[in-house]
Write a protein that binds this ligand. Structure first.
Ligand code: SAH
Length: 226
């Protein structure tokens, strides 16, 4: 079930940002192993071209990361799909995202009906993302902060998704994961990381699965106003 979005005619019409371009992307994702119909449906429905600058809109349904300013990127659709699929296995309700960026990943999670909390350290990016959530009629709670401290006031979360890469897992985030919860994060060197999926059992023990090789922008400390 997808939450109803406030869409414009151009979001559902023909052309580079229309339904055909999206169907091609969905076929591509299916071909690369994404099988969860809920995830595919959310990616088909949420207009990714509205999460990038207009000059890049025609490339929004290619299976690639794209620049969003400030040296950051909107993640590749396959990566968004893979991470979302991993989270949904746990049937979560409350989800924390670290690294709002364009807001696309948060929008996918909100469109799937989850309670989304997202944290971004770059003020400009967060302001743009908030405008997109509002324009699409999506309810996402967001905060301008260093996401490595998580969102203690709102913890625990059933799932946590980190969309920037650090050399190691962040203990504060693991601590904010509910028993039975899942955390998905790219972990490793700046040149390339492993996408890890961690499950915390009822006793608080953590098991880790490697979902594959990925390349994310770095998880940095502190906040930037502009
Ligand atoms: N999920 C985003 C991906 C954005 S790229 C999307 O769908 O578009 C990663 C983002 O993480 C960048 O915007 C970067 O500024 C942010 N980031 C990096 N370190 C962070 C931190 N410590 N706290 C919060 N955000 C962080």
């Amino acid at each position: 079930m997808i939450v109803p979005l406030r869409l414009r005619p151009a979001d559902v019409g023909i052309g580079m940002t229309g339904q055909r371009a999206r169907d091609r992307l969905i076929d591509d994702l299916r071909g690369s192993g994404i099988a969860d119909e809920r995830v595919l449906n959310a990616i088909r429905t949420v207009p990714r071209h509205r999460f990038v600058e207009e000059a890049l809109a025609s490339r929004a349904y290619e299976n690639n990361a794209l620049p969003i300013g400030h040296g950051q990127t909107i993640s590749q659709p396959w990566v968004v799909a893979k991470m979302t699929e991993a989270l949904l296995k746990n049937a979560p309700r409350r989800v924390l995202e670290v690294g709002t960026g364009s807001g696309y990943q948060a929008a996918i999670l909100a469109a799937l009906g989850l309670d989304v909390f997202t944290v971004e350290r770059i003020g400009d990016l967060l302001r743009s993302a908030r405008k997109r959530f509002r324009a699409l009629g999506l309810h996402v709670r967001s905060k301008h902060d260093d996401g490595r401290i998580g969102w203690p006031e709102e913890a625990p979360f059933d799932a946590i998704i980190v969309t920037a890469a650090g050399p190691a897992l962040v203990d504060a985030l693991l601590a904010q994961l509910a028993p039975g919860g899942v955390l998905v994060a790219p972990v490793g060197a700046s040149s390339g990381q492993a996408l890890l999926c961690l499950r915390k059992d009822a006793e608080g023990d953590v098991a880790s699965e490697d979902l594959g090789a990925v390349s994310f922008v770095p998880l940095l400390s502190g906040v930037v106003d502009r």
